[in-house]
Design a protein around this ligand. Structure first.
Ligand code: SF4
Length: 478
């Protein structure tokens, strides 16, 4: 190793700490000079520009490579309000250009060995493998189909390495019998209730156990968030284990924010042997909305869709991400979050379809305060023909105060509280807030129950678990 390497000190972490051959360095520079000003290229080394309507997705501060997060809006990115949501722009342009079908392909996480390097070398290699002469001939032939086929033959291996092999197809679960109570009841056509129990803020487990025991009598499965709002709590894994020991059916939430791909695979095997079968994959709130000092705000190793793809293949094909065979595969019922009120219904529907193709078997939606507004989203899902491929549990919470109503509306990405509800809280006396919140939640549940395509309710009581029995009983859910 050289003793004096001053250049290394200023090398951005995105760049590989290795010597590259002269030719590759030149190619990298040329690619950067051209694609930088043209597309805002960040030299991720795993170029997706053709799939993303020629807008570089690496501008997304969460590093999302498969579509927008649940906080996407037409106006701005929720993580960095000084810029637009780049994924909204990608979807908008793709729909305009008629390229939206290209957004459905499940794209791989970054190969960090390539980050900072060029992609063009891979394209050249792929053209050589296809046959340079045949490729040029096909490009200049008048045959549209031949042109498309040669293009795909060259670029598909570049964007889809063999260890990933992503596609845009639906993959039906490859096992016959349900693995969990939640899956069994949904399959049986029951209208299912799940409830969230907040993981404790300390190592004390007394309240956690009491809450689990209380709600377990009334609901099918119990969710544990994974440090929601990027704020540390007892791990979802520990809570899920405790719940399984108490006879409940836990839903383990995993946020990509805090996971690497190897961490995900090892955790999931561990969770499975502890009796955890329901897994909800989310990308997770950005660290910027968590407590300070702010940690790394880049969620870069995987997104929720990539997590689903990895776990589905572990379960159905018994392989690790790197392609090694597993002796026995994990038994998983895979879920994802859905955000009916983020961006636009047809954008969201495409995103939900991609999650289903990647492996999502059930959705738990973001909080719903405008149940009739759900219709547009459900119609968009129906148009994409995916309502029969996924179970949907609608997220409901009782609002406890005027402050909470305002906070949810203004601060939680993807949540919209209608003005009529905000006005009711404004007009109410402080002593009546909780009663009003329960009344509104009950009204919302009644409307949701009548919607075709909704298979249950997911109650998120945000620390107010004691209200769950009353809501379930007054809503006639049990
Ligand atoms: S809103 Fe979400 S998807 Fe859109 S740019 Fe921001 S972090 Fe990325």
């Amino acid at each position: 190793m050289a003793l004096f390497t001053p250049g290394r000190r200023w090398q951005p972490p995105f760049f590989p700490f290795k010597r590259e051959p002269f030719g590759k360095r030149i190619l990298r520079k040329v690619e950067r000079w051209i694609k930088g000003p043209m597309f805002g290229c960040r030299m991720c080394g795993n170029c997706l520009l053709q799939e993303t309507a020629f807008i570089c997705p690496m501008e997304c501060p969460k590093g999302m490579r498969n579509g927008p997060c649940g906080g996407s809006t037409p106006e701005k990115c929720y993580v960095d309000e000084t810029r637009p949501c780049i994924w909204y722009k990608i979807y908008e342009r793709s729909f305009k250009m008629g390229r939206e079908h290209m957004l459905l392909e499940v794209l791989p996480p970054l190969d960090w060995d390539k980050v900072g390097t060029e992609t063009w070398g891979d394209v050249v290699r792929s053209i050589r493998e296809y046959g340079t002469g045949s490729f040029i001939k096909a490009r200049f032939s008048g045959n549209k189909e031949k042109k498309r086929e040669s293009w795909e033959a060259v670029f598909q291996p570049v964007r889809q390495p063999t260890w990933w092999a992503g596609d845009s197809n639906y993959h039906a679960p490859g096992y016959p019998e349900p693995f969990s109570r939640l899956e069994r009841e949904l399959k049986a056509g029951e209208f299912v209730i799940t409830a969230e129990v907040s993981p404790p803020l300390s190592t004390a487990t007394g309240k956690l156990k009491r809450d689990i025991a209380m709600v377990n009598e009334l609901v099918t499965a119990v969710n544990f968030t994974d440090s929601a709002s990027a704020s540390p709590r007892m791990s979802s894994m520990a809570c899920s284990k405790i719940a399984a020991e108490l006879g409940a059916d836990p839903v383990l939430q995993i946020a990509a924010r805090d996971k690497t791909r190897s961490g995900l695979q090892s955790d999931i095997m561990g969770a499975n042997v502890m009796g955890v079968h329901n897994v909800l994959c989310i990308t997770g709130d950005n660290a910027r909305i968590g407590p300070t000092p702010t940690s790394n705000t880049n969620i870069l190793d995987m997104d929720a869709i990539q997590m689903l793809w990895i776990l589905r293949r572990m379960r159905d094909e018994a392989i690790y991400l790197d392609g090694r065979k597993m002796k026995s595969s994990p038994k998983l019922f895979l879920g994802a979050a859905a955000s009916p009120f983020a961006s636009e219904p047809n954008f969201q529907a495409l995103r939900e379809e991609k999650k289903i193709n990647a492996g999502a078997q059930f959705f738990q939606t973001n909080l719903i305060f405008d149940p009739d507004g759900l219709d547009l989203w459900l119609e968009a899902l129906d148009k994409r023909n995916i309502l029969n491929k996924v179970y949907i549990l609608a997220g409901v919470t009782p609002i406890r105060s005027n402050r909470m109503a305002q906070y949810l509306h203004h601060n939680i990405p993807g949540v919209r509280v209608p003005q009529s509800i905000l006005d009711r809280f404004d007009a109410a006396r402080e002593d009546d807030y909780e009663e009003l919140g329960v009344e509104i939640a009950l009204d919302i549940i009644q409307t949701i129950k009548s919607k075709t395509g909704i298979n249950g309710i997911h109650l998120m009581s945000v620390g107010w678990e004691a209200i769950v029995p009353r809501i379930i009983s007054e809503a006639g859910l049990k």
